[in-house]
Design a binder for this molecule. Structure first.
Ligand SMILES: NC(=O)c1ccc[n+]([C@@H]2O[C@H](COP(=O)([O-])OP(=O)(O)OC[C@H]3O[C@@H](n4cnc5c(N)ncnc54)[C@H](O)[C@@H]3O)[C@@H](O)[C@H]2O)c1
Ligand SMILES: CC(C)[C@H](C(=O)O)[C@@H](O)C(=O)O
Ligand SMILES: [Mg+2]
Length: 368
């Protein structure tokens, strides 16, 4: 039996709570013929408290050596005063950058049972299945200079730099084109070419690549602010949305609410394929954060985290049947009315984090 090496980085707040539920799923698959070898390490505030850094060098080595990293969430008010370079979120940014995880796939799928849990009307979201492809290692998150400078008069000036190169744009657009070909053949490219030079370059490159390599696909350019509005007005017009790091961060939180809750959206962060081995570095994490307002109460929805493991089965291990089965198990649990508070109907009884994990394990057994 092949054994897949997983590094689990639960992190802070609800991170460890949702990771515990994934571990139940991993154990179920291990018992049923898909072997996983897991290691666990610290990241974020938990790593800062232990080592004074938001990820240790040893954990970075483990991440480089793993077949896939499962990441919970980092951050929280406890670390508000921590210096920028070692704040909890820096650990996540370092993992993305050092592992070269430039392609962040954030699927927003409205499960049939949740069409009434969305912020929007049932008919607007029923059957929704869109894929946001977010560039993850460039843009304003990493551009230099990035600093706060104190001026002569004692006042300060803060600078962040939005920077993109041709190569960075080309590789993320190719990921979006490839995904669209397996879906509904439509790509919407979101930027702000009306005010940003990076947006102008982005649009030029998307148009050029479309002509040269993607003429089988339908392409539209959409300004990012309009894209945000259209996601709320009529999200089903989209198939694949490709966008930069910051716009992708914001648009995916909007998309999450179309599916019922931020606790529903999984993600895959992928590196380039190694031509020799055909493998790629990968990290899987929910789109949500550490949710300090509900942490420690057993209320967190673990489906975004469990769905992220499903993406690992699909994208890192090519276990499509297992991934489909996990999706079906999630859909069945939701259809049975078992819901955490964030997706429960008003007035309906909600269950806790653990009941969702247990319910999904039970469904997996029923389906197998
Ligand atoms: N990938 C990450 O680790 C990540 C992502 C986003 C934010 N953060 C960090 O998390 C901290 C808190 O940020 P925030 O409050 O702005 O965003 P958040 O995503 O943690 O929470 C926003 C809201 O969504 C709710 N929510 C989030 N996940 C949920 C879940 N699984 N089930 C039910 N409800 C859920 C929270 O209760 C909260 O009301 C910050 O330090 C931020 O930097 C980390
Ligand atoms: C925690 C933070 C650095 C992160 C981001 O901004 O990319 C988060 O919001 C996300 O969506 O993954
Ligand atoms: Mg975000």
């Amino acid at each position: 039996m092949a054994t897949h090496k997983l590094l689990l980085l639960p992190g802070d707040g609800i991170g460890p709570e949702v990771m515990r539920e994934v571990e139940k799923i991993v154990r179920w698959f291990a018992k049923n013929g898909i072997g996983f070898e897991t290691e666990t390490d610290l990241v974020g505030g938990a790593a800062y408290d232990a080592h004074g850094a938001s990820i240790s060098e040893a954990a970075m080595v483990r991440a480089q050596e793993a077949d896939a990293v499962l990441f919970g969430a980092v951050g929280g008010p406890k670390w508000d005063g921590v210096p920028y370079a070692v704040r909890p979120e820096a650990g996540l940014l370092r993992l993305r950058k050092d592992l070269g995880l430039f392609a962040n796939l954030r699927p927003a799928i409205c499960y049939p049972a949740l069409a009434d849990a969305s912020s929007l009307k049932r008919e607007v979201v029923e059957g929704l299945d869109i894929m946001i492809v977010r560039e993850l290692t460039g843009g304003v998150y990493f551009g230099e200079p990035k600093e706060i400078v104190t001026l002569e008069d004692g006042s300060q000036r803060a600078v962040d730099t939005q920077l993109y190169t041709t190569a960075e744009i080309e590789r993320i657009v190719r990921v979006a084109f490839d995904l669209a070909r397996k879906r509904r053949n439509k790509v919407s490219s979101a930027e702000k070419s009306n005010v940003m030079k990076t947006g102008v370059l982005w649009r030029q490159i998307v148009s050029r690549l479309h002509k040269a390599e993607g003429s089988d696909l339908q392409l539209e350019h959409v300004l990012a602010d309009n894209c945000a509005m259209q996601l709320v007005r009529n999200p089903k017009q989209f198939d694949v949305i490709v966008t930069d790091n910051l716009f992708g961060d914001i648009l995916s939180d909007i998309a999450a609410m179309l599916t019922g809750s931020l606790g529903m959206l999984p993600s895959a962060s992928l590196g380039a394929e190694d031509p020799k081995t055909g493998t790629r570095k990968a990290l899987y994490e929910p789109v949500h954060g550490s949710a300090p307002d509900i942490a420690g109460k057993g209320l967190a929805n673990p489906i975004a985290m469990i769905g992220s493991f499903g993406m690992a089965l699909r994208y890192s291990f090519g276990l499509i049947e297992a991934a489909d089965m996990l999706d079906k198990a999630i859909a069945n649990v939701l259809a049975s009315g078992t819901r955490t508070k964030d997706i429960a109907a008003p007035g309906a009884n909600a269950v806790g984090t653990q009941e969702i994990g247990d319910g999904i394990v039970k469904e997996l057994s029923a389906l197998s």
